[in-house]
Design a protein around this ligand. Sequence first.
Ligand code: TRP
Length: 326
Amino acid sequence: MDTILTGMRPTGALHVGHYVGVIRNMVALQKSGAECYFFLADWHAYNALIDNVDVITKSRYEYVKGWIAAGLDPKISPIYRQSDIPEVLMLNQIFQCLTPPGWADRSPSWKDFINNPNASRLLDNVGFFAYPILQAADIAIVKGKRVPVGADQVAHIELAREIVRKFNRQYKANLPEPEALLTTFPKLPGTDGGTKMSSSIGNVISLNETEKSLQKKVNKMKTDDQRGGVEQPGNPDNCTVYDFHKAFSPSNEVSLINESCRAAGLSCGECKMKLGGNMKDILMPIAERFNQISDSDVNDILSDGARKAKVRTHATWEEIKSLTKF
Ligand code: TRP
């Protein structure tokens, strides 16, 4: 059966955008019985946060708590830190020697950086340039085949595929060629209606929000600004509250809300109460579990996860060593 692997960079607070975009999918894949590996891409976070490593260390706890509170079971699949697995860096070194610089140069994350004069100067480093090569090593070292990611990562997975293919040709190996597994839900906007939910913008709902602050944030969300009043029809396609309904409310309720808003049968206030209620039903049990997990539980989970992941990464590395005769 295909092995599934995905990683997230621990670079700040975990929020419901992560939940809807990736974590929900991770939980569903694990429940489907597939063999899964989940890891914190802390080396990938390092090339952007070299001056602020505390953020990586702190968010490690937040991410693991969030994953488990959302339903991942660390007893079934290893949850580990990339930096606990030296074989990742060893394979990265081999992959770097197989990758022409032009391939990394084509990666959209590097191109965005080069073409954006406002991009952080901290990213001006070879580690960031080679970012997708390390990503290829993350995947290949566990023999990952399907990789659940957001749309922004597809080009990286394609590059990983090229690298693995080249490795296989060069050494007559048969590492699985990875494929991106796109999540079903598009990006969740921020509570301000901006295209992206991000802690640095301050438009997030966190995964362990309290009930009170959850409803408060929902009440402040942007609605259709063309709607004159409750007695006039609104346009759900121009409404942040509706975007969140699509992510958190049952589909029959979503269609009903769409119709009643267009027919001026539902006020924005009522609609926000409904959303707050539906989000509460999903998020409060998560917040409760989140708050029950201690930092020391996380440390245990990560060391246990590293131990389990190493069984696979060590075996893959032994094969690679004998193939490359290095
Ligand atoms: N680059 C991914 C991100 O920023 C994180 C990541 C690192 C990853 N290595 C990976 C994702 C391997 C999937 C597979 O979100």
